[in-house]
Ligand binder design. Structure first.
Ligand code: NAD
Length: 505
């Protein structure tokens, strides 16, 4: 099973292919995905597989190998061996490997994007953007690898040097979700490798092939075997097995707050470093002097991107009472104009939801809000009888007790309400335990400055969408987690500080 027939490029072997002579990923071709352990693609020990479903058609398009305990034990052993090789590799060489990986990801972007759309549903246009953006993340981390500086602290005697050294923390266990199957791999793998760590990645079982294609790009770039391993299986078994293993020194997880708290608990129990990028319920504040048309156009784009399945998606739209009605009208008419369809069809602006759980969640949240007095401005229904499609949906006058106002919808649902004062808007923005992204629209520098100081969030974007670039911090506060996955802050989480006092003998 180590022989994988590929179709991305002849030398790029991500998984077994259905047909040997397929040279490009088309609507009807999708590979099965295996585990990567110690530089070799292989099936799980018991030969078990998990089906992969195309959310636009509900068809079974492939399968992914299911790791057993013995596979995880192998992955830990290989990652430990990989760590010893990689930590001894000079930073400049680590940087070169990452740079080559970024180039390969760009070269293969069309194929990787197609895999992602087939398994996840997002429009091809967005998938392409995600893959290219991921290459940029890996490039940024290639540079960071060369900037891991320690420092020299002035000593109390002239014969002593006091050195602060930064060392890779060790083997990392990374858990990535299905909503950004590729960029999350770039962030976690790119940063771990830049720091000199090895990593066992567990990507989402529902979207396995695009992450595997990303992993292949790192291998083809010359990464030594064992430094990067990829497993799939039962998420709770894998996380408990890896977090409790003494070889694993750091955890990084992106997903729901509920699962994040569980994994943070395990990490605490076993004294492991952890980065937690969890759920959000982003407020978007539109002050009285905001440009309604510009804000509505921008916010419709951000709200329904990836069908709303984004942790930084704007969710609670808090609009000053004087512009509320105009904003609702503009937002609703632009929402209705969106083209919904199979992400593989050029021109589609919003694809299906990634899985049936999200459709059920939308139906339940909208019914609950309506029962409690919310007004349905548009949407509110499934579309078509095949595929997990749900209409872009706008609710106004949603009472605070409604589920949607408290739980992360993670779907195409916009909740618009009005406020009359700055303090009222801030109080609502900060009401929830979440604190990930936030947005504000205003023509006033004073209002912008006051909002920046008052909002409890890890990220605030004013009059634009400036979140998520490789060079800026990405992370939350409160129940949205801790740590940063971007900017110069990101690599710190993968480094341990060692102090050396060296006196001349
Ligand atoms: P979920 O909470 O069970 O899973 C979320 C992710 O965590 C999946 O990728 C899953 O494979 C993984 N996971 C689940 N249990 C795990 C465990 N014990 N150990 C390791 N990994 C585990 O449910 P779901 O239906 O996939 O998603 C539900 C909610 O999760 C969404 O509504 C959203 O709020 C949140 N979510 C957030 C992000 C994000 O980007 N922050 C991404 C995906 C999901």
């Amino acid at each position: 099973s180590g022989t994988l027939k590929i179709r991305l490029r002849p030398e790029c072997r991500i998984a077994r292919c259905k047909s040997e002579d397929v040279t490009e990923v088309t609507k009807s071709t999708y590979p099965d995905t295996q585990l990567l352990i110690g530089g070799r693609w292989r099936d799980g020990g018991a030969g078990r597989v998990i089906p992969v479903i195309n959310p636009a058609t509900e068809e079974r398009i492939g399968e992914v190998a299911h790791a057993e305990e013995s596979d995880l034990a192998d992955a830990v052993r290989e990652a430990e061996a990989g760590f010893h090789i990689w930590r001894g590799t000079p930073a400049v060489e680590r940087s070169r490997v990452l740079r080559r990986a970024a180039e390969l990801i760009r070269e293969r972007s069309e194929d990787i994007a197609r895999l992602m759309t087939l398994e996840q549903g997002k429009p091809l246009y967005d998938s392409r953007g995600e893959v290219i953006g991921s290459a940029d993340i890996v490039d940024w981390m290639a540079d960071e690898a060369k900037r891991i500086y320690g420092r020299v602290v002035p000593a109390r005697t002239s014969s002593t040097y006091q050195l602060v050294l930064k060392e890779p923390v060790g083997v990392v266990a990374g858990f990535t979700p299905w909503n950004f199957p590729v960029s999350q791999v770039a962030r976690k793998v790119g940063t771990a490798l830049a720091a000199g760590c090895s990593i066992i990645l567990k990507a989402a079982e529902e979207t396995p092939a695009a992450p595997a294609a990303m992993v292949q790009a790192f291998l083809d770039a010359g990464l030594p075997k064992g430094v990067l391993n990829l497993v799939y299986g039962r998420p709770d078994q894998i996380s408990e097995r890896l977090i409790s293993d003494p070889v694993v020194r750091k955890i990084t997880f992106t997903g729901s707050t509920q699962v994040g708290k569980h994994l943070a608990g395990l990490a605490g129990q076993h004294m492991k470093r952890a980065t937690m990028e969890l759920g959000g319920h982003a407020p978007a504040l539109l002050f009285e002097d905001a440009n309604v048309e510009t804000a509505a156009a921008a916010l419709v784009g951000w709200k329904f991107r990836n069908a709303g399945q984004i942790c930084v998606s704007p969710t609670r739209f808090l609009v000053h009472e004087r512009i509320h009605d105009d904003f609702v009208q503009a937002f609703v008419s632009k929402s209705r104009a969106l083209r919904i369809g199979d992400g593989m069809d050029e021109g589609t602006q919003m694809g299906p939801l990634a899985n049936p759980r999200r459709v059920t969640a939308m139906e339940e949240m909208v019914a609950d809000a309506a029962r409690k007095g919310a007004r349905l401005e548009t949407g509110g229904k499934r579309i078509a009888n095949k595929g997990y499609f749900y209409e872009p949906t706008v609710l106004t006058g949603v009472p605070r007790e409604a589920r949607a106002m408290n739980e992360e919808p993670f779907g195409p649902l916009a909740l618009i309400s009005s406020f009359s004062s700055f303090d009222e808007a801030i109080a609502e923005a900060n009401r929830l335990p979440y604190g990930l992204a936030s947005f504000a629209f205003t023509g006033s520098t004073l209002t912008a400055t006051n909002a920046a100081s008052a909002i409890e969030a890890g990220m605030l974007s004013i009059n634009g969408f400036g979140i998520g670039l490789p060079e800026v911090p990405f992370g939350g506060v409160k129940d949205s987690g801790y740590g940063s996955e971007g900017g110069t802050e990101a690599i710190d989480a993968y480094l341990a500080t060692k102090f050396v006092s060296q006196t001349a003998a």
